[in-house]
Design a protein around this ligand. Structure first.
Ligand SMILES: *[C@@H]1O[C@H](CO)[C@@H](O)[C@H](O)[C@H]1NC(C)=O
Ligand SMILES: *[C@@H]1O[C@H](CO)[C@@H](O)[C@H](O)[C@H]1NC(C)=O
Length: 397
């Protein structure tokens, strides 16, 4: 049996051993510190400054002169010093291409240069192979609930995908060796800039939610390659849908997948209690023109790029990226060049129009949001613009 004072002795012994090591090491350090290990330059300083010799020498041994002190990357893993220059190894690859010619792999390469963790590729849409073949990426999205993954929705998704049967952009675009994409945010900043023809020039034009084309062609163009939306954001007047465009669901909650299934199978909509506002009751596109956006982009934008709280992988206060940033994230993985237009976060112009298609809602209507963190999102997008990963056609970011 251990007596209390045996234990005390044992503890005391420990303290003495530690104490001995501590004191002797200090002595040793003092001895070492006095050893003349200086180089001639330090000796010179010592001679002129007399009493300060010792301090300078100690400093010299603790902090080697000329070493880079301080972080190179920010919290999210982005390079702190961003510029638009091309890394030398690409000057040859892209430098000779004339202005306006698509640069293969440019967006991903520039992204990797400022964010070494960037992982390419990630398919744009869910497909049955991606869904059934375990991969690193799949394990990420299959573990999370919507919006960051699709756990619990596998059967609904499988049923949707077995009806749509198509999982790409279409033969012509999929076979392009270099794709230039433009993402249209819906900001009032698009007005009166006559960017329409320039937008139509891109291979892939991405529009969001109910952003109209007719009536605004001069400023927003005529072409829609894909329209990404969720039930509450989708156009409720089907006749306004763009012909020849893909209807893409970005699901934010389990109910969104169930909604899409009813749309694909042209069923009468039921079970609308879980939506936060009225939703579209039908989608004109045929099943083969309907896609599901890979939820990986929501996860990556939120937790890696913007740095929103992970909340154990569940939807929570301020951890949902806006659809615009999700679409940009998708493009970084799937387009060789990425441009954006209609993104604006300028709160200094409270009277500017928030959306190009609504003459009554002003910038000042933007409220603190429960779901989004606009300030952090803006920071992320600014990095992309500053490093020329994306081109901002309306200079609003
Ligand atoms: C670009 O131009 C330089 C100098 O004219 C040349 O050495 C290089 O091979 C060219 N690169 C490509 C990819 O054509
Ligand atoms: C755009 O131009 C129209 C017609 O010239 C004008 O009434 C409107 O105020 C302009 N809008 C913006 C946002 O500049």
């Amino acid at each position: 049996m251990k007596t209390p004072h045996k234990r005390l002795l044992f503890i005391l012994c420990g303290i003495m051993v530690v104490g001995f090591i501590y004191f002797s090491s200090r002595k040793l350090r003092l001895v070492w510190g006095l050893k003349p290990q200086r180089d001639p330059a330090e000796t010179t300083v010592g001679l002129t400054k007399g009493a300060e010799v010792k301090r300078i020498t100690e400093l010299g041994t603790d902090i080697p002169v000329g070493r880079i002190v301080g972080p190179v990357y920010d919290e999210q893993g982005f390079l702190l010093k961003l510029d638009k220059k091309l890394p030398p190894e690409w000057v040859n690859k892209y430098g000779n291409l004339s202005e306006g010619v698509c640069k293969p792999g440019y967006a991903a390469a520039k992204m990797t240069a400022i964010y070494p963790k960037f992982m390419n590729p990630a398919p744009m849409f869910l497909d049955r192979n991606f869904f059934k073949t375990p991969s690193k990426l799949l394990s990420k999205v299959s573990k999370y609930l919507p919006p960051f993954g699709f756990r619990t929705q596998e059967r609904v998704i499988d049923s949707i995908l077995s009806a749509t049967k198509n999982y790409g952009l279409g033969a012509a675009l999929d076979s392009l060796s270099c794709k230039r994409c433009v993402i249209l945010g819906n900001g009032g900043v698009l007005l009166n800039k006559s960017l329409g023809p320039r937008i139509d020039d891109y291979d892939v034009v991405v529009r969001l939610n109910e952003a109209p084309v007719s009536g605004y062609v001069k400023d927003v163009g005529t072409k829609t390659t894909i329209r990404i939306t969720y039930p509450e954001g989708a156009m409720q007047k089907p006749e306004k849908y763009d012909k020849d465009s893909l209807f893409v669901l970005s699901a934010f909650k389990p109910l969104d997948f169930k909604w899409l299934k009813q749309m694909v199978f042209k069923e009468k909509l039921r079970g609308t209690e879980g939506f936060w506002k009225s939703v579209a009751r039908n989608v004109l596109q045929e099943p083969n023109e309907i896609r599901i956006l890979n939820p990986y982009f929501i996860q990556e934008a939120a937790f890696q790029f913007i740095g929103l709280p992970s909340n154990n992988g569940l939807m929570g206060k301020g951890n949902i990226p806006t659809l615009g940033t999700v679409a940009i994230t998708m493009a970084l993985h799937n387009c060789d060049e990425v441009a954006v237009a209609g993104f604006s976060y300028n709160m200094n112009t409270p009277n500017a129009l928030l959306h190009y298609y609504n003459k009554t809602v002003k910038m000042s209507a933007v409220k603190e949001s429960w779901t989004h963190n606009i300030a952090k999102e803006k920071e992320f997008l600014r990095k992309l613009v500053k490093a020329n990963v994306i081109t901002d056609l309306t200079n609003g970011i």
